[in-house]
Design a binder for this molecule. Structure first.
Ligand code: IPM
Ligand code: MG
Length: 365
């Protein structure tokens, strides 16, 4: 049976990198005899222009009827002046909520070929292999009230950090399950020396840990975690944290091994469909120039093959093809390197596709 994929390219370079990922999925289909059926939906600024909403109802239904969702990126200066509830980013937050995508997985992998693109010394980042698990549907992003206030004639504002116990349990449990298949260590990041929600988070982490005696649990305060990520990133396996801390730390983690343009993500729910998107944004400054790095999006498609469809060989083949092209010295412009061969977005896609279709190559690397 064909796998139904909802494709939401969004704005800016979202469209360019999505087109690239779809070509790679088509090549996977060709090579492994798989069928993927793509249905397009609108989200973000493009959706606002067409329908007046950053997440039209038909996009939500399309996603709910699909086996998986592939999303490019949203946003751009054109929509910056809109009232908050109509901004492109709201489309993204709403689809996460609508699909109940509570666990956002952001892996950081070391690529030998990209070691010199990192701002950190090679010996610090060598063999870094960590997975950030960010809570995605709670905390400050969604807590109410979130508004401007007038307190005794003085202007003020409030946002609310709210979590229910179950919301903590399910994401922390997800982190433990993932750690079990990796290096068996979970670092739970919080601010328990200040925040009540963090003290509860810590308590819940301790409870969940009892169900996973084979996995080590470590607690770390978020400010220290920000420092440790730069100082000694190799100590981490799985990091689990609440929404806002995860947003900040995952951008930090993304520069360790090269470029934001390299990092994929997967967002999981209890029931599916899952959503896959690159970590980077819509990059309006480079839109339409054919220079965006399509690799984060292509690796997001690989995560989809693995996590939504159980197609491990296919996912590996895509990852190997990406590695092969990087090892051969090809780079998009974001990946600075002394002797790089700089190529365009479409050329990068072509090269990865060629490597993927080369049987000998993609399984042997
Ligand atoms: C991310 C982004 C989003 C977030 C924005 C665009 C709302 O930064 O996916 O990390 O804060 O979650
Ligand atoms: Mg972010």
């Amino acid at each position: 049976m064909a796998k139904k994929i909802a494709v939401l390219p969004g704005d800016g370079i979202g469209k360019e990198v999505t087109a690239g990922a779809l070509q790679i999925l088509q090549a996977v289909g060709e090579r492994f005899g798989r069928q993927f059926e793509f249905s397009y939906g609108k989200i973000g600024g493009e959706a606002y222009d067409a329908t007046g909403s950053p997440l039209p109802e038909e996009t939500v239904s399309l996603c709910k009827e699909s086996d998986a969702v592939l999303l490019g990126a949203v946003g751009g200066p054109k929509w910056d002046q809109l009232p908050v509830h109509l901004r492109p980013e709201q489309g993204l937050l709403k689809i996460r909520k609508e699909l109940n995508l509570f666990a956002n997985l952001r892996p950081t992998t070391f690529y030998k070929s990209l070691a010199d693109s990192s701002p950190l010394r090679p010996e610090v980042i060598e063999d870094v292999d960590m997975l950030m698990v960010r809570e995605l549907t709670g905390g400050l992003y969604f807590g109410k009230p979130s508004e401007r206030l007038n307190r005794n004639g003085k202007e003020a504002a409030v946002d609310t950090l709210f979590y229910q116990r179950e919301e903590m349990e399910r994401v922390i449990e997800t982190a433990f399950k993932l750690a079990r298949k990796r290096k068996k260590k979970v670092t739970s990041v919080d601010k328990a020396n200040v925040l009540e929600s963090s003290r509860m988070w810590r308590e819940v982490a301790e409870e969940i840990a009892k169900k996973f005696p084979d996995v080590e649990l470590q607690h770390m305060l978020v400010d220290n975690a920000a420092m440790q990520l730069i100082k000694n990133p190799k100590q981490f396996d799985v990091i689990v944290t609440e929404n806002m801390f995860g947003d900040i730390l995952s951008d930090e983690a993304s520069v360790l091994t090269g470029s934001l343009g390299m990092l994929p993500s997967a967002s999981l729910s209890l029931t599916g469909p899952y959503l896959y998107e690159p970590i980077h944004g819509s990059a309006p400054d480079i839109q339409g120039k054919n220079i965006a790095n399509p690799i984060a999006m292509i690796l997001s498609a690989a995560m989809m093959l693995r996590l939504s469809f159980g197609l491990e060989d296919e996912a590996k083949a895509v990852e190997n093809a990406v590695n092969h092209v990087l090892n051969a010295g090809y780079r998009t412009k974001d990946l600075v390197s002394s002797d790089a061969k700089i190529i365009t977005t479409t050329e990068m896609v072509e090269k990865i596709k060629a490597a993927l279709l080369d049987h000998e190559l993609s399984l042997s690397i």
